[in-house]
Design a protein. Sequence first.
Length: 432
Amino acid sequence: MSNRTINFLRIAMVILMLLSMGLLIWQHFGMSRVLRIDTQTPYQITALDDRSQGGASVAKFARNQGALQLQCDLQKNQYEWPFCEMSIALSNTAQGVDLSKFDRVVFDMDLRGPEFKKVRVYLRNFEADISKLDDPLSSKVNELEFAPPKGEAFSVPLKYFRVASWWVDDRDVPIFSSDMRLDNVTQIEIATPGKVQTGLHQIEMRALEFHGKWLSLTQVLTLIVAAWLIFCFVWLFMELLAYRERDQTKRARMHELETINRVLEIQAEVLSNKIQLDPLTGALNREGLRDFLLQQWQGEMPMSAGMSVLFADLDHFKRVNDHYGHAVGDTVLRQFAQLVLSEIRSSDALVRWGGEEFLVVCPNTDLAQAAKLAEKLRASVANAAWPDSMTVTCSCGVAMRAQGEEFSSLIERADAALYRAKDNGRNRVELG
Ligand SMILES: Nc1nc2c(ncn2[C@@H]2O[C@H](COP(=O)(O)OP(=O)(O)OP(=O)(O)O)[C@@H](O)[C@H]2O)c(=O)[nH]1
């Protein structure tokens, strides 16, 4: 990975850390949402009493002196559960208000009346599987009964609400629908409790506030974990890309080194050839001969299998130089080498021993075979066409290596045979 990418990821990590901390702090201390119901509320508020159930209580509602007021003349007759209540309609349709996004409710209210200490609050939740639009009482009743402290606001967590057992009993609600849900509240009711003395009662509610967070702690934590997971994934992906890039660079470097190696090998081979070859004729020089002999010793065809050598020397070559010039002499030497190379086997070696003197080394060749080759060479030279139609001949001395004989001794014997060929009139072959 490049330094620039690493720096970018580090900065991103620091920013993510700060954002995570900031989000947690904001979630804890801020991010508040409030649903307030007071005298300014647009929701429709009505008074309900037990007369519809056959009771005799009379309830009246008014928005007075900065408070929502319910006047209740609670009377008992044959109806067993007399009550008055203030009903706040959050919605007239099935689509209520989602109060599950809030976590507590604050009541700012006073109760007045004989032994009137407690109040009941109902949150009616419309649930499609158990509620019906034409029956307002079919919405699930979540209730809380409590005694608000006089003159001060009272905060209650919404989790303290419970589904009213009397509503469950009345409605015969299946068990899986009997849990407390506040995701679709259509109505809030503030009512007198079950046991209260008859007489004049008053509920004065200055405000009712639902408090919550725009994002719950769980949502914020999920968001933070998701952001970190994405960050880790991006980091890993970058690492993977960097690894691939490193790998490719390494392979390219390896390939480059292999190419350089091959070039060096070729150059070394060329240099070695230059060192081992006579530049004029292309025949081996003495260094080349040394390597050739070493190979013979190490190769599959050991020296013991038989080796012969031919010493070939151009006759009166000095005259060629003197008569035709040194350049023509060079041409003759080159042509001679080419002619010999065309006649010998690939396993044989032609060595320029010096001047116009050449050595042919023939592994795995006995004296008779070597003599035959020497005679063939001599005849080819004598019959070949030479520059300026000159006549060129050569003399040959042939020797076969005896068991365990030093190579230098073999050369000496071939050389001696060559001298004999010269002495005996040239253009001939002598065996050593
Ligand atoms: N053009 C040319 N001449 C060379 C080269 N090397 C040696 N010579 C010549 O070869 C000649 C050898 O002469 P000699 O040693 O007297 O032998 P020769 O004239 O061939 O006589 P014999 O060997 O006795 O038949 C000399 O004149 C050298 O200058 C070469 O590379 N090029």
